[in-house]
Design a protein around this ligand. Structure first.
Ligand SMILES: *[C@@H]1O[C@H](CO)[C@@H](O)[C@H](O)[C@H]1NC(C)=O
Ligand SMILES: *[C@@H]1O[C@H](CO)[C@@H](O)[C@H](O)[C@H]1NC(C)=O
Ligand SMILES: *[C@@H]1O[C@H](CO)[C@@H](O)[C@H](O)[C@H]1NC(C)=O
Ligand SMILES: *[C@@H]1O[C@H](CO)[C@@H](O)[C@H](O)[C@H]1NC(C)=O
Ligand SMILES: *[C@@H]1O[C@H](CO)[C@@H](O)[C@H](O)[C@H]1NC(C)=O
Ligand SMILES: *[C@@H]1O[C@H](CO)[C@@H](O)[C@H](O)[C@H]1NC(C)=O
Ligand SMILES: *[C@@H]1O[C@H](CO)[C@@H](O)[C@H](O)[C@H]1NC(C)=O
Length: 444
């Protein structure tokens, strides 16, 4: 999945223009500072290259990036760093980017330390063990802050409104923590430059998607799953025309999916699964760049329109556990990029075409009313689950055209005729369930 939150951060080449004498002084200072930082973390093995005795230029030490001669970035992900962030970090006066993700940092948000990084634009503390409430003056981080990533920690308490008082923010990631209460929706709604917002996976107080978010018209990524959202998907959010990812899954959304969702042409990832959405599938879909659609575990009805067959980039279609009826247009089975189709527990009828898209690997379509045959030619198909349908043809005589199958499960259908001898050509097969059919003759 493309991650819009992974925005490249360009550090100004301007630093090259620093006057020689001044920059060498700064450089010496930075070297000492790096050594102090290393000491602050207890001289961990991952920072062995930060050796004051070594002849190697500190700008070449692991994780260190300089602009000209001064340190501008520290990229210290997966360095097994523990404890808190050493106070010396912000003695690097030109530090703009600090990535400490995927470590074992613990304790409270290192506020006093980080407020001194006056040029900081990018702060990634994600995937650590930081806890406690965020400080109410978190807006004292550098006013240049563009990216604040606090995902996957154990922060708790309410999200302070000050988190949205950093005027240049382009990404704000607070997902997968233990935040509670109401989050500062009105304040976040004023962050006009916001492109990526992730609030998923927090026990917020039940509330609808804030109307204030309709003003965030630069948003490309909106992640709001598993955070107790109630109410309908609002019409007002149709203003978010730049969205490439919309994730409102695992909430308590009610009502129908608004038409704008199927019109936004930049949308690539649509996750609305595990809600209580009702209404019919759309008749018109012009969001042709969709790559993944997951609407499973809802109460959706209606039929799949031919328009879904125009989604040339669709790789993943998940509609299981709804009340969808009708035949799936053949054009969908032929979509060139389609890999995974999960449509079990609906009320689909009709048959699959004999030949399906050469990329499909997994089809889960049990508990429907499909008739016809299993696909006859599907060279890449690895798993086919179609239990409890009305498949009523014989198994394909030449099963060699299904040679990638590892799982073939079609119990409780009306499959007739003999088990073809060519079933022996399914050399990758790990599980086979043909029970509850009308097969005749011996197992070859
Ligand atoms: C944290 O968020 C920033 C900004 O969106 C992003 O560039 C970075 O890759 C994220 N970190 C991780 C570990 O995904
Ligand atoms: C680097 O930091 C020093 C000290 O704060 C400052 O004087 C200088 O202007 C900075 N250089 C750049 C290019 O930001
Ligand atoms: C559905 O969402 C609820 C939260 O609303 C969550 O607890 C549950 O694990 C989710 N189930 C699935 C299958 O994602
Ligand atoms: C959301 O739905 C789940 C069951 O799907 C229910 O347990 C929970 O109480 C609901 N929460 C709200 C806020 O309505
Ligand atoms: C599909 O993806 C390709 C390559 O990323 C892109 O050029 C194209 O515009 C996308 N959309 C459609 C409808 O093919
Ligand atoms: C499917 O349709 C049949 C008859 O139309 C109905 O009895 C059954 O309850 C439906 N199943 C689902 C899962 O909606
Ligand atoms: C085959 O499917 C039937 C019906 O779903 C089930 O009862 C049986 O346990 C399955 N057999 C195996 C070996 O998994």
């Amino acid at each position: 999945m493309s991650n819009i939150c992974l925005l490249p951060v360009v550090i100004g080449g301007v630093l090259l223009l620093l006057a020689g004498e001044c920059s060498s002084q700064l450089a010496a200072g930075d070297r000492d500072t790096l050594v102090a930082i290393r000491k602050g973390w207890g001289n961990p093995r991952s920072l062995t290259s930060w050796d004051p005795a070594s002849a190697i230029d500190h700008c070449s030490w692991d994780g260190v990036t300089c602009g000209g001669r001064v340190v501008t970035e520290l990229s210290l992900h997966y360095m097994s760093l523990t404890g808190t962030v050493p106070a010396a970090v912000c003695d690097l006066a030109n530090l703009t980017r600090l990535d400490l993700s995927y470590n074992d940092l613990s304790g409270a948000f290192p506020a006093a330390t980080l407020y001194r990084c006056s040029r900081l634009r990018f702060l990634d503390l994600s995937n650590n063990g930081l806890d406690g409430a965020l400080p109410h003056d978190i807006g004292s981080l550098s006013p240049a802050m563009e990216h604040l990533n606090l995902s996957m920690n154990s922060f708790s308490g309410t999200v302070p409104p000050a988190v949205a008082s950093l005027p240049a923010l382009r990404s704000l990631l607070l997902d997968t923590n233990g935040f509670t209460g109401a989050y500062p929706a009105a304040e976040i709604g004023k962050l006009a430059g916001l492109e990526c917002l992730r609030l998923s996976g927090n026990e917020f107080a039940p509330a609808p998607v804030p109307v204030a978010f309709a003003k965030l018209t630069k948003l490309t990524y909106l992640g709001m799953s598993e955070m107790n959202i109630i109410g309908e998907i609002r019409e007002a959010l149709s203003s978010l025309t730049e969205l490439t990812l919309l994730d409102l899954s695992s909430n308590n959304l009610t009502g129908a999916i608004p038409a704008w969702v199927w019109r936004h042409e930049k949308l690539e990832y649509l996750y609305l699964y595990n809600n209580t959405l009702i209404g019919e599938l759309p008749r018109t879909v012009t969001a042709v760049n969709l790559i993944e659609i997951d609407l499973s575990i809802n109460q959706l009805r209606g039929e799949m329109s031919e328009d879904f067959g125009n989604l040339r980039n669709l790789t993943f279609l998940s509609l299981y556990m709804n009340k969808i009826t009708g035949t799936i247009p053949a054009s969908i089975w032929l979509l060139p990029e389609l890999v995974l189709v999960r449509i079990q527990n609906n009320n689909f009828t009709g048959a699959l075409p004999a030949v399906i898209s050469p990329n499909i690997q997994w089809i889960e379509m049990g508990n429907n009313m499909f008739s016809g045959s299993i696909p006859r030619t599907a060279i890449t198909l690895r798993g086919f689950w179609a239990e409890n349908n009305q498949l009523d043809c014989e198994l394909p005589a030449d099963m060699s055209k299904l040679a990638s199958l590892t799982d073939l499960s079609v119990p409780d259908n009306r499959i007739t005729g003999p088990i073809p001898a060519t079933i022996k050509l399914l050399l990758n097969l790990k599980s086979l369930n043909l029970s509850g059919n009308q097969l005749t003759g011996p197992i070859p």
